[in-house]
Ligand binder design. Structure first.
Ligand code: SF4
Length: 184
């Protein structure tokens, strides 16, 4: 359990606006934590661990995720086989495979960014897409490469976000119960 005096104080004060701002700030991890190893650009998956055909289908659909899927396929090229990605990032590949049922594991596609240089550095760093500037987002489903500089802060921030969300839910039901009592 992560402790944070500022968070405790705002919850004690019912500072809903302040807590909302805290969530926004917790979603942005300091980019200085990156160890510039390039692993998160070298072996990548699309959300939901989808296969490349499913992502291509999504890109051509009229769903609200189509633009995101198109952008992804513009930036990343798929590895021909999972084994190619496994040679580079075995633990990451295994962790991703564990997120889907066994019979679906072979369908997952792994990708590499087209702009990753041979030295492991981004070749378009100054002009990199917004998603790269904000990556990674703290979330329970985020899988960090071993040794990733964001991992600790990402996990802690996600814990704090969950604490705030739980607080909002608890206070909302308490306030609703109080309001019902007043109107009885
Ligand atoms: S554009 Fe640069 S930062 Fe973004 S995934 Fe590619 S190599 Fe990484």
């Amino acid at each position: 359990m992560v402790t944070d005096p500022e968070l405790e104080k705002r919850m004690a004060q019912d500072d809903f606006a302040g807590l909302g701002q805290m969530v926004q700030s917790l979603m942005r991890l300091p980019q200085g934590l990156c160890k510039t190893r390039g692993n998160c650009c070298r072996v990548v998956t699309y959300k939901g661990s989808l296969g490349v055909e499913d992502i291509a289908e999504l890109a051509q659909s009229d769903s609200e995720q189509s633009e995101n899927a198109r952008d992804f396929l513009t930036l990343f090229e798929p590895y021909a086989h999972q084994e190619d990605a496994r040679e580079i990032a075995p633990l990451f590949v295994e962790q991703v495979r564990q997120t889907v049922p066994e019979e679906k594991q072979a369908e997952i596609s792994f990708f590499r960014c087209r702009f990753l240089g041979d030295t492991g550095l981004c070749r378009i760093w100054e002009d990199r897409p917004t998603g790269c500037r904000m990556y990674p987002f703290p979330h329970e489903k985020t899988i960090y490469h071993p040794g990733c500089g964001f991992a600790k802060a990402g996990q802690e921030n996600w814990e704090k976000i969950q604490t705030i969300v739980n607080f909002f839910e608890r206070r909302q039901s308490e306030l609703k119960a109080q309001s019902q009592q007043l109107h009885q």
